[in-house]
Design a protein around this ligand. Structure first.
Ligand SMILES: [Zn+2]
Length: 337
């Protein structure tokens, strides 16, 4: 069988070739802000959690930061207003979501080594009371289940077979279902899945070393990293009444500011799709002193398309090669999707 051609990888390789340069030169005259998003750094192999959360190995992350440091203007939250007013140049922002401990243990030393800065959006409840996030708990249930599938999975129209060896497709499918659920059905979904998989719910001690501590967050902040809000409990905000949204936004901000002794001005929407937040969310962010908020459905921010409470971000994934990374940076009009 002939392997399918990965058009994006092919195009990324072509960006570096001389024959295509005149075309690419025209294409690559972008100006604005490109925001990269990471979740975890390191090696997911052998772990029981959601492998899709790993954005890069240490080696890839190091190579990416080295390239960025040499070629781009890396900015943080405090620069946003000035660069928006200036409307010149190409700026790159590096962001991390959720507050995983590997951000501190693996990414932070690499960032320092390259004299780069990044912004870490923290889910404060995970730092205060470590527990597995729903995506990691679903992955844990599927990976530790001694069953070959589930007959009557909640919200599934047909039975589901666990694809070996990593069971990745089944996990991916269940995560997609979870993201569509109304909030008041999510706990019930996890309980039914725990029954169907025969694992029960994940024990709390699994999350002991999963999240950074406040001490780690303070150290990162003192050494030039920026922090931002990502709610208290990581709900999809648009599925909640304004009062609950406001609680998640204001308590998260207060908690981070109390812990670091400084104010924060930026926020990232949990899940970050176009439907994960609404106008109400945006006005509550403004009310509570957030000056910018980041979504997560691809794209970059050109000057004439700059929306402070919907700044677009593009994910970096484990499979992203350095050629693709460079192509993304040089031509986000094509690759930042
Ligand atoms: Zn998140």
């Amino acid at each position: 069988m002939i392997a399918p051609i990965n058009k994006r990888a092919l195009l990324a390789r072509m960006v570096g070739q001389r024959t295509i340069n005149p075309f690419m030169r025209r294409c690559s005259s972008w100006s604005g802000l490109l925001v990269l998003n990471y979740h975890r750094v390191g090696d997911p192999n052998g772990t029981l959690f959601d492998w899709e959360l790993w954005s890069a190995s240490e080696e890839s992350f190091d190579a990416q930061m080295s390239y960025l440091a040499q070629n781009y203007d890396i900015v943080g939250p405090d620069d946003l207003e000035e660069i928006r007013r200036g409307q010149r140049g190409r700026h790159v922002m590096i962001t991390f979501d959720d507050g995983y401990r590997d951000n501190y243990e693996l990414a932070f030393p690499i960032l320092k080594q390259h004299h780069t800065t990044a912004t870490f959006f923290l889910t404060t409840g995970y730092l205060d009371h470590p527990s597995l996030a729903w995506w990691d708990e679903i992955a844990w249930m599927v990976r530790t289940s001694d069953r070959t599938g589930i007959d009557q999975a909640p919200c599934l129209s047909s039975e589901m077979t666990f694809d070996e060896p990593g069971r990745c497709r089944a996990i991916h499918q269940l995560l997609s279902i979870y993201k569509q659920l109304p909030h008041d059905e999510t706990e019930q979904f996890l309980d039914s899945l725990a029954d169907a998989a025969g694992t029960g719910r994940a024990p709390a001690n699994l999350a002991r070393d999963q999240w950074m501590t406040w001490e780690m967050a303070r150290e990162m902040h003192c050494e030039g990293m920026s922090l931002g809000g990502h709610t208290v409990s990581h709900p999809v905000l648009a599925r909640h009444e304004p009062a609950r949204q406001e609680q998640e936004i204001s308590q998260c901000k207060q908690r981070i500011e109390d812990q670091i002794g400084a104010s924060i001005s930026v926020f990232a929407y949990p899940v970050g799709s176009r439907t994960a937040f609404d106008r109400q969310t945006q006005s509550l962010l403004s009310k509570h002193g957030f000056e910018a908020a980041f979504s997560f459905y691809g794209g970059y921010n050109a000057w004439d398309d700059w929306s402070p409470y919907d700044l677009r971000r593009v994910p970096i994934e484990q499979a992203t090669t350095l050629a693709e990374f460079r192509a993304l940076l040089s031509t986000p009009q094509v690759f930042a999707r």
